[in-house]
Structures are given as structure tokens and as C-alpha cells.
Design a protein around this ligand. Structure first.
Ligand code: ZN
Length: 103
């Protein structure tokens, strides 16, 4: 009863808002995030890059949703990632970055 399609093509950021994707020091953009999302879930990237992803996620709802869906798909196909950061630490970081969000 598995309905996840693992050959579904990668989409670009669903939000597609230029302002959210604006490149800033220390952050990555939507296209970059989509490219590294599997590494992000596998904790296969260095911590600095992971933090840059978290900064982007805090700013971009589209990519946060994308990550959520991607994570669910990964779980559905039974390939559980082993993240470096515990989920609770990740959530705390996300919350911290969110509170720093400035326009
Ligand atoms: Zn994005």
C-alpha cells in the first residue's frame, strides 16, 4: 500500500518567491537547497553547510514544506536517515533562526 514515487522529479522551491530566495551571506538559495536535500537528510554534509540550510529553511516556507515532504517520502521507502543533529536540537536551531528573521 505504498504510494510514494521515488522517481518523482525534483521540483524547485514551490514557493518560488525571489525575496525568499535572495542570496545572503551565509545562506543558500532554493535551487541549492533542493540539490543538497538528500545530503541534508543523510547528514552527509559538513556542519557549516547544514547550518546554511537551516538558515534558509527558517526564511523559506516553500523549502521547509519541500523538506517535510521529502522526509516523509524517505521514511515511506524505508531509508531512515541518521541525522547528525538530534531532531530536538534542529528544531531549536530553526526556532532561533526564525526569531532572527529580519526584513
Ligand atoms: Zn527556498
Amino acid at each position: 500500500m505504498l504510494t510514494a514515487h521515488r522517481d518523482e522529479p525534483l521540483r524547485t522551491c514551490p514557493a518560488g518567491r525571489p525575496s525568499a530566495a535572495r542570496e545572503q551571506a551565509g545562506a543558500i538559495n532554493c535551487a541549492e537547497f533542493v540539490e543538497v536535500v538528500t545530503e541534508f537528510l543523510d547528514a552527509a554534509m559538513g556542519e557549516p553547510t547544514e547550518l546554511r540550510c537551516l538558515v534558509h529553511l527558517a526564511r523559506c516556507e516553500g523549502c521547509e514544506t519541500y523538506l517535510d515532504q521529502f522526509r516523509q517520502t524517505v521514511a515511506a521507502v524505508g531509508a531512515q536517515p541518521g541525522p547528525d543533529l538530534p531532531a530536538s536540537a534542529r528544531d531549536q536551531l530553526l526556532g532561533a533562526f526564525r526569531s532572527l528573521r529580519r526584513d
